[in-house]
Design a protein around this ligand. Structure first.
Ligand code: IMP
Ligand code: MG
Length: 348
């Protein structure tokens, strides 16, 4: 008999990636039940591949992950879903780094129907796309192209060590971890300056649960926007702006996967509200408030105009008011200035 699915919670990026989804997922995954056991039975990724880059602080150690979901730090089975693409070389490299850091990597499972990113995919990405679109050179677009052309290679048919293949259906409580973000989504982003997968929470259902099981949808953003890779919405002139550059330096805005300097801009509230409304976010976590506080300049774009505030509190009030007004699914907004926790968090 199939075990039933209880609750599903979803963490997704409401911007252009790099919003702190890894931090939020890692924080939520630490939740325990009344027995002191992990609340979540699975933490699962539903999209993308090694193009993602998460910085996780666990027990005082810093980890960089690309494809492995953040549940593994708490001894929770961590699943790479059927709509993900996996390059075996970078997968094993990540597994080795996590084992070396004392993490139990036997809990990492790849869905048999995930697709394999081959060396040819990576070579093609580097040669044809990386320069033009600023991709992460991880072979993502060619791998998804072959998947949809039905010429791809499934994980179960690959040379993957079969002990890593997922052999059960998901059950119990599931935490889904998004990769990239709303404005990089293949349908909603500024095409072709997008990634090749679906980054919105609805797409998490590809992991194998019904939409009715979804309870909380956590949107993540920062108090400023960043963009790694090409995008006419983020011209390279932004890199010359002294205040935005200062934010980038203090905020360590360099790609975890590529090492590239990210372009920084003031928060675009119109874009954030669009992401919250279309995604059905129930919670919003706005990260890196400490960075803006250090720089001491409080600006955002709303209705395509720049608005400046005198204090961070005034800016946060404005954001909260605008988001709650525009998005009727939204119940709570958290402002965070700490790389490990969400201050004042209460589980819904
Ligand atoms: P690809 O996903 O490697 O094909 O890259 C397509 C675009 O998405 C490029 O602009 C990348 O910089 C961007 N991108 C992909 N993954 C991430 C991520 O995890 N964070 C931020 N940007 C990303
Ligand atoms: Mg990242």
């Amino acid at each position: 008999m199939n075990k039933t699915i209880n609750n599903v919670d979803i963490v997704f990026g409401a911007s252009w990636g790099d919003e702190g989804k890894g931090k939020i997922t890692h924080f939520l995954a630490s939740k325990t039940d009344f027995n002191g056991q992990p609340y979540y039975d699975f933490v699962a990724r539903w999209n993308g591949g090694s193009n993602a880059g998460h910085t996780i602080y666990h027990n005082g150690k810093k980890f960089a992950t690309h494809i492995v979901p953040s549940g593994v730090f708490y001894g929770i089975t961590s699943v790479i879903g059927p709509n993900c693409v996996v390059n075996l070389e970078s997968f094993y490299k990540e597994i080795n780094q996590l084992s070396y850091g004392g993490i139990d990597t036997s809990l990492i499972k790849v869905h048999p129907n995930a697709h394999i990113v081959t060396d040819e995919h990576i070579t093609e990405d580097k040669a044809k796309l990386a320069g033009k679109l600023g991709t992460t050179s991880q072979g993502i677009a060619p791998a998804y192209r072959d998947k949809y052309a039905r010429t791809g290679l499934l994980a179960k048919d690959s040379t993957i060590d079969k002990s890593f293949l997922l052999k059960e259906d998901l059950y119990g409580n599931i935490l889904c971890e998004g990769a990239q973000g709303f404005h990089l989504d293949i349908n909603y982003g500024n095409y072709p300056y997008v990634t090749s997968s679906e980054c919105l929470p609805y797409a998490a259902c590809s992991l194998g649960f019904a939409p009715q099981k979804i309870k909380n949808i956590y949107a993540c953003s920062k108090l400023y926007d960043t963009r790694s890779g090409e995008d006419p919405l983020f011209p390279s002139s932004l890199l010359e702006d002294p205040i935005l550059s200062e934010i980038g330096e203090i905020g360590k805005e360099y790609g975890v996967t590529t090492g590239r300097r990210r372009k920084v801009n003031w928060l675009n509230l119109d874009k954030l509200i669009e992401a919250l409304c279309v995604s059905g976010a129930t919670e919003l976590v706005v990260n890196k408030c400490d960075i803006i506080k250090q720089v001491g300049v409080y600006k955002l774009f709303h209705y395509d105009e720049v608005i400046e505030f005198t204090t961070i509190t005034e800016m946060q009030h404005y954001i909260s008011h605008s988001c709650y007004n525009a998005c009727d699914t939204l119940r709570k907004i958290y402002y965070s200035g700490n790389p490990e926790t969400i201050e004042g968090f209460k589980a819904a």
